[in-house]
Write a protein that binds this ligand. Sequence first.
Ligand SMILES: [Zn+2]
Length: 356
Amino acid sequence: MKKQIFLTLSILLLASSVDSEEQKKDLDARIKSINSNFIFADMHAHPSRFHRSNIDSISEEEIHRYKAHNINVVVASISTDMAYTGDYDTEDGTVPKGQYKPSSGQSFALTLERLQRIQNTFTEGRAVHADSPSLLLKARDEGNLAIIPAMEGADGLEGDIENLYRFYEMGLRLIQLVHFRANALGHIQSHPYSPGGLTEFGEKVVEEANRLNLIIDVAHANTETIKDVLEISKDPVIFSHGGLKALRDQDRALTDEEVILIAKKDGIVGIWPHGRYIESVTRMVDYIDHVIDLVGPEHVGIASDLRGVSKYSKGFGREANFSAIAEEMILRGHDDETVGKVMGGNFFRLWQEVSK
Ligand SMILES: [Zn+2]
């Protein structure tokens, strides 16, 4: 009975703790202090829906949202397979929905145009290019948000390695190999399933990505493709955004075995606040804790997938409350180092490793 009362009391105290203004202030200060020692990173997002909307750049409002939550760097992803699914806005704002075969050069052009939108964001002075880990540190010190231009699905390469160099020149620093369709590089983890691993072209891209110091992202890839990349890549890789089958069995989730393989190569698994699969920030931290229990605190990070999904975990929301994740970790008793690593320290360490 006594134990029961104690438990109820503790739960009540925990539930009310963040509501108290005093405690919220303490938590904010603690998060700021952790952030002064660790880079905070959003490993996968589509800020301002820039990859789809017919806009020229990422908005000030969106940049401000990141800064308000101490995020230092965001990976801005271009889903280049949009040219195949037709699910994007054209320059006049229309949406050419439906599956179709794009003409040669269309997917490449779409990728370049989106990279230009990120460049415009830099030109307009809202954010800076995360060209290298050292420039990211400089951006942080100067109070700027750094952006890593990225592809989600390398369909925009259109099977030509020369196009990778063109994208690199336009700022590309991270490459996710596949997205919602099996492409010239490899195969996907979701419907429509296709058996097979990394293709010969995929191998070439991994080798060149290693040489160019591009971060490789195996999100959306099936087990075979992930294993092939882990075998071939000289550098650790990330699986930027997804769930865990151990907590909820669905297509976009990793098995414990996959998590272990990625971690063994010194890689990182990113947990996302996707409301359809992970109902709340509390649950999201259950996921983070599962990875920590499985492989230690060095191999987990966070990825909002902001503006890429329609429903976010409760407590994170469309307003992108990154601080809520750090707060929940602190309330569970994680030390500053663990919180700092998960919030982005791990991602920064991996990027330094990749850049060597
Ligand atoms: Zn995705």
